[in-house]
Design a protein around this ligand. Structure first.
Ligand code: OGA
Ligand code: NI
Length: 351
């Protein structure tokens, strides 16, 4: 039987201050994933960097090729010249930091174990059976369109709604542009994916600096894939993100003025596995707290997420059956399995 990997929302809820924690580690003792004997030190830090300026003008087809190549080969890439003003990024990070520095009782007002709530705070948690502490705290909320949701966001710090709203609206534009390019890179109509797109959900992730404790291993967030079309991750200047590349873990360190884009489960299904959902995790840093802002693009409930018909032929039979995002989302919360196995439940019957 495959091990049950707790998903973030399974967190039983110890008080935030309860666990104080452990070492900086790269290992995930639970995992069925590639042997994690360490991070590939030979990796030269060459996260593919794609310049979004290429989107406009005569280099568009080069840009699309580069995006397609990065999605297929790496499952992730960084984009620069994305158009999100630096000031909005800094405001977002400052606001996130201010929120997580609020007194605990203020933050805990948002705690909820209902995955469908408009906003919820997920705390760090201890998994004592495995001697693991997962230290990430996150505030997760819907944000598209901003006006429909912002009244339910925190009103403390006082600038939260304004600054977060500005960032969310800006990052949404980047998502749409990148999804158009990804559609084209697959040979689909430019708006094929955008037409499926509905929501936009943001997770403000806060990783406290860790200290020694009695638990064996502290994870920032454990190995997982995201249930998204794509995820756009903006990190502050503290490293922590790791991804699997050629069966090895590599660090994806922050690149000034760039955001990281990676493939999620829905794009894997839609592309008939041409683009694979990226396995990733975050480690903690013993000296410094870390903040990242993950923007999750996901389809509307009734969106049909099977492999695009244009990508199916005799040589490329459909790996997944047709299903709706709603079916996927429900099964994701119902069936406990490793995130990397979630899509297996939607595989096409083989003849
Ligand atoms: C996430 C995630 C990684 C990070 O929010 O889904 O994987 O570096 N975050 O914070
Ligand atoms: Ni993730």
């Amino acid at each position: 039987m495959s091990p049950t990997v707790l998903q973030q929302a399974d967190a039983h809820h110890p008080a935030l201050s309860e666990p104080k924690n452990v070492q900086y580690t790269y290992t995930d003792p639970l995992s069925e994933f590639p042997a994690l004997s360490g991070v590939d030190a030979s990796f030269d830090g060459s996260t593919p960097i794609i310049d979004m300026e290429g989107l406009l003008g005569p280099q568009r087809s080069d840009f699309i090729k580069k995006i397609g190549h990065a999605c297929e080969k790496n499952g992730f890439f960084a984009v620069k010249n994305h158009g999100i003003p630096e000031m909005k990024i800094n405001n977002m990070l400052d606001t996130a930091r201010d929120f997580f520095h609020l007194p605990e009782e203020e933050r805990l007002k948002f705690r909820s174990s209902d995955p469908d709530s408009i906003i919820r705070l997920v705390t760090g948690f201890q998994d004592k059976t495995r001697n693991i502490f997962v230290s990430r705290q996150s505030l997760k909320f819907h944000c598209h369109p901003v006006e429909d949701f912002k009244n339910q966001w925190p009103s403390t710090p006082p600038s939260f709604r304004e600054k977060v709203g500005e960032y969310c609206a800006s990052v949404r534009k980047v998502e749409v542009a990148i999804l158009e390019a990804i559609s084209e890179s697959l040979g689909l109509e430019r708006d094929y994916i955008d037409k499926l797109l509905k929501g936009h959900y943001v997770s403000i992730n806060y990783y406290p600096a860790c200290q020694e404790s009695e638990l064996d291993v502290t994870h920032g967030v454990r190995t997982h894939t995201d249930p998204t079309l794509i995820t756009i991750l903006m990190q502050d200047d503290v490293p922590g993100l790791q991804v699997i590349n050629d069966d090895k873990w590599i660090d994806v360190n922050p690149i000034p003025d760039a955001v990281v884009v990676h493939v999620g489960d829905m794009l894997q299904a839609l592309s008939n596995c041409r683009y694979k959902s990226l396995l990733h995790q975050a480690v903690v840093n013993c000296e410094k707290e870390r903040i990242s802002i993950a923007s999750y693009c996901y389809p509307s409930d009734d969106a049909a997420i099977g492999p695009a018909k244009k990508l199916i032929d005799d040589d490329h039979p459909a790996i997944y059956k047709d299903f709706t995002y709603k079916e996927f989302h429900e099964s994701m919360w119902r069936v406990k399995c490793s995130t990397a196995k979630r899509l297996d439940l939607f595989k096409a019957e083989s003849d």
